[in-house]
Design a protein around this ligand. Structure first.
Ligand SMILES: Cc1ncc(COP(=O)(O)O)c(C=O)c1O
Length: 365
C-alpha cells in the first residue's frame, strides 16, 4: 500500500480508537523478542521462555509456546481468502474478535455499539462487560437493516455497528446495497459478521476491505468448517485495525493444537465444500418437512445452517422436545421472533427424529 493509502486509513481509524489503546506499548513475549522460521528452530537452544525443557507428556511440540503472530496459518489463509496476511487477525473464536473490537474502540460509560435486534447476543454481552452503551435499532419486519434510522440516530459516540449477515437468528442475508450504504454513511467501524456466509452462496465482504477502511469482516472455523471445538475465528480488515487488535490480545491467544489442526483441515477444503452442499440440501428438506406440520405456522427462508421456525406455542414445544431428548433454541423472547424456535440443520436421522416427535406432539397436544 502506498503512503496515501496508509494516511487515508490512519485519518479514518485513529480518531475512533481509544487514546489509551493507541498509546499502549504491548507486552513483548519471549517469541516476540526472538523469532525464527520453521526449520531453523531445531538448530537453536531455547532457554528464554521458562518452558519445560524436558518436553510434554504427550507426543508433539506442546512444551513450546505457539507463534504469537500465527504467521504460517495467516499465510495459508491469505492465499485462500485473497487478502494480505497483515489484513488478518486470528482469535480464540470470532467471539474474541468481537470482545477486542469493543475494548479497542469503546470508552466505558461514553461510547456505544449499535446492534440490530434480533441478532447474535454476544455483541451486547461484550459491550455490557466493557461498560459501553448499546443502541438497539430493530431490523425491519423483513429482517433487513433500517439504514435511514441507523444513520439518523447515530453520531460520533457510536463507534461500532454490528451487521450479522446471514443474521442469527433470522437466517437471511442483508441486501448488499444496504451494507454498502452503511459502510459509506456510518462514522464508526462497520463489523460484518459472516459466521454463516459459507451456507449463503453470497460473496464475502472481504473483497471490500481495501475500499472501506472502516470495514471489519468476521469469519469462523466453528460453522461450515466443523471445528467449533478448536476455537478459531478471524477478523479481516486493514493493517491498522489488525495491529490494534493484535496489540491488546493475549500474547498466545491461539494454541498450538488449534494452529496445527486448522492448517491440516485447510487441506480438506473440498470435503468441507461437499458437507456444506449436503447441509444446504438438508436445509431445504427440513424446511419442507416442517412446513407440512400443523403446529408450524411459518418457516423463514434461510441462508445459514439453521432455520427460524414459528410455531403455535414455542414454550410448550420447546419443553416437549427437551423431554424427548431433542434440544433446539427457543428464540421466542427476541424481538420479531414471537413463538419462534431456531433449529440447526442436521442429518437425515436427526430430522426424522425431530419430525416424528413433532407429529406425535400434534396428536397428544
Ligand atoms: C453470528 C455469530 N457470530 C459469531 C459466533 C461465534 O463464533 P465462534 O465460535 O467463532 O466464537 C456465533 C456463534 O454461534 C454466531 O452465531
Amino acid at each position: 500500500m502506498d503512503e496515501k493509502g496508509i494516511d487515508f486509513i490512519k485519518n479514518r481509524i485513529a480518531p475512533l480508537v481509544r487514546p489509551n489503546i493507541l498509546a499502549l506499548k504491548p507486552y513483548a513475549s519471549a517469541r516476540d523478542e526472538f523469532q525464527l522460521g520453521g526449520d531453523q528452530i531445531a538448530d537453536h537452544l531455547f532457554l528464554d521462555a521458562n518452558e519445560n525443557s524436558l518436553g510434554a507428556p504427550i507426543p508433539g511440540n506442546y512444551h513450546r509456546y505457539p507463534d504469537p503472530h500465527q504467521l504460517a496459518l495467516k499465510q495459508l489463509l491469505a492465499i485462500q481468502r485473497g487478502v494480505q496476511a497483515d489484513q488478518i487477525f486470528l482469535g480464540n473464536g470470532s467471539d474474541e474478535a468481537i470482545d477486542l473490537l469493543i475494548r479497542a474502540f469503546c470508552i466505558p460509560d461514553k461510547d456505544y455499539i449499535v446492534v440490530l435486534p434480533p441478532t447474535y447476543g454476544m455483541y451486547g454481552v461484550q459491550a455490557a462487560i466493557q461498560g459501553a452503551g448499546i443502541l438497539k435499532i430493530p431490523l425491519l419486519p423483513d429482517f433487513t437493516p433500517d439504514v435511514e434510522a441507523i444513520l439518523e440516530r447515530t453520531d460520533a459516540r457510536h463507534k461500532l455497528l454490528f451487521l450479522c449477515s446471514p443474521n442469527n437468528p433470522s437466517g437471511n442475508c442483508f441486501p448488499r446495497e444496504k451494507v454498502c450504504a452503511l459502510l459509506e454513511g456510518f462514522r464508526g467501524i462497520v463489523v460484518v459478521d459472516e459466521a454463516y456466509q459459507d451456507f449463503s452462496g453470497e460473496a464475502s465482504y472481504c473483497d471490500l476491505i481495501e475500499k472501506y477502511p472502516n470495514l471489519v469482516v468476521l469469519q469462523t472455523f466453528s460453522k461450515a468448517w466443523g471445528l467449533a471445538g478448536l476455537r478459531l475465528g478471524m477478523a479481516f480488515s486493514n493493517p491498522m485495525v489488525v495491529q490494534i487488535l493484535d496489540k491488546i490480545k493475549y500474547p498466545y491467544n491461539v494454541n498450538s493444537a488449534t494452529l496445527e489442526l486448522v492448517q491440516a483441515a485447510m487441506g480438506q477444503a473440498s470435503v468441507v465444500r461437499a458437507q456444506v452442499d449436503r447441509l444446504i440440501a438438508a436445509r431445504v428438506e427440513l424446511a419442507s418437512a416442517l412446513q407440512a406440520l400443523p403446529c408450524v405456522t411459518h418457516v423463514y427462508p434461510s441462508a445459514a445452517n439453521f432455520l427460524l421456525v414459528q410455531v403455535r406455542n414455542a414454550d410448550a414445544i420447546y419443553a416437549y422436545l427437551c423431554a424427548q431428548g431433542i434440544v433446539v433454541r427457543n428464540r421466542s423472547k427476541e424481538l420479531l421472533c414471537e413463538n419462534c424456535l431456531r433449529i440447526t440443520v442436521g442429518d437425515a436421522a436427526a430430522h426424522e427424529k425431530l419430525i416424528t416427535a413433532l407429529k406425535l406432539y400434534e396428536t397428544t397436544a
